[in-house]
Design a binder for this molecule. Structure first.
Ligand code: TRP
Length: 454
C-alpha cells in the first residue's frame, strides 16, 4: 500500500490551523442555540451533568479515534474507511460508515441552515435597533412573526446555504482556514459580556443552580439519550466531519492534545451560553422549556436593556452567524471531498450540487414552524424538523461514533493505531480501554435504555 503523505485536497498550514478549524466546526449553534434549549427542556442540572460525563468519557476518546482515522486515511471519509479496511484486511463494507456520515451531514445541514438563517435575521433586527427596551412579550412577537413566515425563512436559509457553499467551493486552505481565525476569540468575549449582564439580573444564582444542581428525578431515559446525542453533535462527531479535517492534519500534531483542547473550548462556550441565558429566563418569568426559540426570546431582552445593547447585540448575532458558518462547512465537506475524489468534479461544482440538495431538504424544516406545524403533519408528536433532529443527533451520530470506536479498537491493526496516535503507553492504554469497552457499551446501554429494554 503506497503511503500517502498528504491529502489530494491539501493540508492545514500548521497545527493551530487545524485546532481552530476543528473548534470552528465544534462551536456553533449546538453550543449557543441547542444546548440551552435542550437543557431547559430536560430539567437542567442532571442533564448537564450527564452531558459533561458523555463529553469526557465518550466524546474525547471518539474524537481522538475519528481524527486518527482521518489522518491515517488521508481521503474523504468514504474512501478513508475503504482504504483503512483494506490496510487492516477487514471487510470493505466499512465504507458504509462513511456513506452514513455523508447522509447525516446533509440532513443536519438542511436544518442547521434554517436556524442559522434566524440568526442572520436577528442580526438585521438588532442593527435596526428593534430590541431597544423590548419586553418579554415583545420578543415573543418578533420571534413568532419570523418563524410563521415561510417566505422570510426561505430567504435567510437560501442566503446561508449560499454563504456556506462559497467557502466550501474555495477549499481547505483558501476558505476554511481564514474564516475562523478571529471569530472564536471574539465570540468568547461577547459571551463574557452577556454573562456579565446576567450577573446583574438578581437571578444569576437561580440560573446557576438550574444549570449545576442535579435533580435526577427530572431526567428521563430519553433525556439521557438526548444528552449523549448532544455530546456527539456539539463536538461534530460521528459523521466524518472531524475525520475529514483530520485527513488534512500534518503527521506531527498530537491528536490527544488537540482533542482535549477542542472539547474544552467547546464545553466552555456551551456553559457560558447557559449561564447567560437562564438568569434572563428566570428574571422575565419565561419558560426554560420554551424549545428552539429559547435564545431568540431571551437574549434580545438582555441586549434591549444593557448599555450599548444595539452594538453588542448586533455583534453577537453576527458572531453567531460566523460560528454557525464555520460549523456548516464541516457538515458538507465530507460530501464535497468525496464528489471530487470519485466523480472527478471540481470543488465548485461539487459544492453547488451538495448545496442545492441540502437547500431542498431544508424547506421541510422551514414548513415545520408554520404550515406543517399542525398535528396532522406530525409523526410521533414530532414535526419534520423535530424528527430530523432526533434521527440525526440522537441516533445517527451515536451510531456513527459506535462504529468508529469498534473500527479503531477492534478492527484496525493495533500497531497502526499506536503509530498514528503517538501517545505514551499509559495514555494509550487508557484511550484504548475507553474506546474498546466503555464507549461502545455506554452507547449501547443508552440506546437500549431509551427504547425501554434496559
Ligand atoms: N458541532 C456543531 C455545533 O455545535 C454542529 C456540527 C458541525 C456538527 N459539524 C458537525 C454536528 C458534524 C454533527 C456532526 O453547532
Amino acid at each position: 500500500m503506497s503511503e500517502k503523505r498528504e491529502s489530494m485536497h491539501g493540508q492545514w498550514s500548521n497545527r493551530w490551523a487545524f485546532i481552530l478549524a476543528a473548534t470552528g466546526s465544534a462551536v456553533g449553534l449546538g453550543n449557543i442555540w441547542k444546548f440551552p434549549y435542550i437543557t431547559g427542556e430536560n430539567g437542567g442540572g442532571a442533564f448537564v451533568l450527564i452531558y459533561l460525563l458523555c463529553i469526557a468519557v465518550i466524546g474525547i476518546p471518539i474524537m481522538m479515534a475519528e481524527i486518527m482515522l482521518g489522518r491515517r486515511g488521508r481521503r474523504s471519509p468514504i474512501n478513508t474507511m475503504m482504504h483503512l479496511a483494506q490496510e487492516s484486511k477487514v471487510s470493505a463494507t466499512w465504507k458504509l460508515l462513511g456513506v452514513a456520515g455523508v447522509i447525516a451531514g446533509f440532513l443536519i445541514l438542511s436544518y442547521y441552515s434554517v436556524i442559522a438563517g434566524w440568526a442572520v435575521a436577528y442580526f438585521f433586527r438588532s442593527i435596526s435597533s428593534v430590541f431597544v427596551g423590548v419586553t418579554a412579550d415583545g420578543v415573543a412577537t418578533i420571534f413568532n412573526d419570523l418563524v410563521s413566515d415561510p417566505e422570510r425563512l426561505l430567504a435567510w436559509h437560501t442566503l446561508f446555504i449560499v454563504m456556506t457553499m462559497v467557502i466550501v467551493a474555495r477549499g481547505v486552505r483558501g476558505g476554511l482556514e481564514k474564516a475562523v481565525r478571529f471569530l472564536m476569540p471574539s465570540l468568547f468575549v461577547l459571551l463574557v459580556i452577556l454573562v456579565g449582564y446576567a450577573m446583574n439580573t438578581d437571578y444569576f444564582l437561580k440560573g446557576l443552580s438550574f444549570l449545576f444542581t442535579p435533580d435526577f428525578s427530572k431526567i428521563t431515559a430519553n433525556g439521557v439519550l438526548i444528552a449523549m446525542g448532544h455530546a456527539f453533535f456539539t463536538l461534530s462527531l460521528g459523521m466524518g466531519a472531524i475525520m475529514v479535517y483530520g485527513s488534512y492534519l500534518p503527521k506531527s500534531t498530537s491528536i490527544a492534545k488537540a482533542s482535549i483542547l477542542i472539547a474544552m473550548a467547546d464545553t466552555m462556550v456551551a456553559l457560558m451560553a447557559g449561564m447567560a441565558i437562564f438568569p434572563i429566563v428566570f428574571a422575565n418569568d419565561l419558560a426554560p422549556g420554551a424549545g428552539p426559540g429559547l435564545i431568540f426570546q431571551t437574549l434580545p431582552i438582555a441586549f434591549g436593556h444593557m448599555p450599548g445593547g444595539t452594538f453588542f447585540g448586533t455583534l453577537f448575532f453576527l458572531l453567531l452567524v460566523f460560528a454557525a458558518w464555520s460549523s456548516a462547512i464541516s457538515l458538507i465537506e465530507p460530501m464535497v471531498a468525496w464528489l471530487v475524489e470519485n466523480r472527478g468534479m471540481s470543488r465548485v461544482k461539487a459544492s453547488v450540487w451538495s448545496g442545492f440538495v441540502t437547500w431542498l431538504i431544508g424547506i421541510g424544516t422551514i414548513f415545520s414552524f408554520n404550515i406543517w406545524g399542525g398535528e396532522e403533519y406530525q409523526l410521533f408528536g414530532k414535526t419534520f424538523f423535530d424528527l430530523l433532529d432526533y434521527l440525526t443527533a440522537n441516533i445517527m451520530l451515536p451510531l456513527g461514533g459506535l462504529f468508529i470506536a469498534i473500527f479503531a479498537a477492534w478492527r484496525m491493526t493495533r500497531s497502526d493505531v499506536i503509530d498514528e496516535l503517538k501517545i505514551n503507553e499509559n495514555m494509550f492504554k487508557l484511550w484504548f480501554f475507553l474506546v474498546r469497552y466503555i464507549t461502545p457499551v455506554a452507547v449501547i446501554i443508552v440506546f437500549l435504555n431509551a427504547i425501554g429494554i434496559v
